[in-house]
Design a protein around this ligand. Structure first.
Ligand code: GLY
Length: 335
């Protein structure tokens, strides 16, 4: 099912929603800071909170459950991301992710904690919980990043079970794509959605994670922004954190998540910082932004949040104060 349709259906039917979810449609409200004001009005007294890219209430619910049970934010974002990695209906993450042009599912993920520790995996095959392997890289090795076969063998040595990640649904979609096999190294608003998650606990400590199968039908060996610290994800516990979704190449070129955090350091709100980071992409000379999507979500030390994308249909899920809500993001391209 296409992302747009999925979002529409999920919104209408409550598929995959946990109890108490609401939908806030900021894109259709005139004030671009509507989401930010919703966030800031309620956050000062209401930590912890969890935010995630896209429509993933089950994942944010899991992360909040971890925090409320006394877990830390690192545990929360890992456990939250694992929900989507195990969800075979999601075709952009973990098991069921769409393959590269040769039919291989390859995963990228990273994780970062409040102390600035980080770990990532690149081009990981046959292990669905890429985010947990990234955490093992962070905690059990002197390295930040492991790739390919080395990452897989490391995961197996840590007890992860190899399995075929290509589901029948994704194989069918790939075979359909192969009929024409048009290689378009672009991303549209419907076929791609990295899951990124940020959590802040009651003490204001922040961790983040992101996980993806990357661009559908990519060239074999292609890696996007998601495993690259500073591009797909950045956490600075003094300031805040950001995570990206969308066409990784464009995020990498602007070191997007680091940029968002640095803009917050300079005094911008999370919403303003996300908007400025998107402007850095679309305002480039000859930017082809009409043909790809990028979205950011961000959080600061006060628990204020922001989200912004190039195109409509990007959303953020936010769990705070007992409400687990999908929030339609404001966006740049209103032409
Ligand atoms: N944002 C994920 C990717 O481009 O692979």
């Amino acid at each position: 099912m296409k992302r747009r349709q999925f979002l529409k259906n999920a919104s209408l039917t409550g598929v995959g929603l946990s109890v108490g979810t609401t939908l806030l449609n900021c894109a259709e409200n005139t004030s671009k800071s509507k989401e930010a004001s919703v966030a800031s009005a309620s956050t000062k007294a209401t930590l912890p909170l969890v935010i995630a890219t896209w429509h993933v209430e089950n994942a944010t619910a899991k992360a909040m459950e971890v925090l409320q049970a006394g877990g830390n934010t690192l545990d929360a974002v890992e456990q939250g991301c694992r929900i989507e990695e195990a969800n075979e209906n999601g075709q952009s993450v973990g098991k069921g992710g769409l393959p590269d042009r040769d039919g291989n599912v390859t995963l990228d993920a990273c994780i970062m904690d409040q102390h600035g520790n980080c770990g990532s995996v690149v081009y990981l095959q046959n292990i669905k919980h890429a985010v947990s392997v990234a955490r093992k890289v962070m905690e059990d090795t002197p390295h930040v990043m492991l790739a390919g076969e080395g990452a897989k063998q490391f995961a197996i040595s840590k007890g992860f079970q190899p399995e075929d990640l290509l589901t029948e649904a994704s194989k069918t979609a790939w075979k359909k794509w192969k009929v024409e096999a048009q290689y378009k190294p672009i991303i549209n608003i419907e076929n791609h959605d990295t899951i990124g998650m940020l959590a802040i606990d009651k003490n204001g400590d922040i961790s983040g994670a992101c996980t993806t199968s990357g661009l559908a039908y990519k060239l074999g060996g292609r890696v996007g922004d998601s495993p690259i610290i500073g591009s797909g994800l950045f956490v600075d516990n003094e300031i805040g954190a950001a995570v990206a979704t969308g066409l990784g190449e464009e995020v990498v070129k602007t070191v997007g998540s680091f940029l968002v955090v640095e803009l917050m350091r300079q005094g911008k709100s999370p919403q303003e910082a996300c908007e400025e980071a998107i402007r850095r992409i679309v305002n480039k000379p000859n930017s082809d932004y009409k043909n790809f999507q990028v979205g950011y979500i961000a959080i600061n030390k006060k628990g204020e949040t922001g989200s912004y994308a190039i195109h409509q249909w990007f959303s953020m899920t936010k769990f705070q104060g007992g409400v687990n809500a999908q929030i339609q993001s404001d966006y740049f391209n209103k032409a």
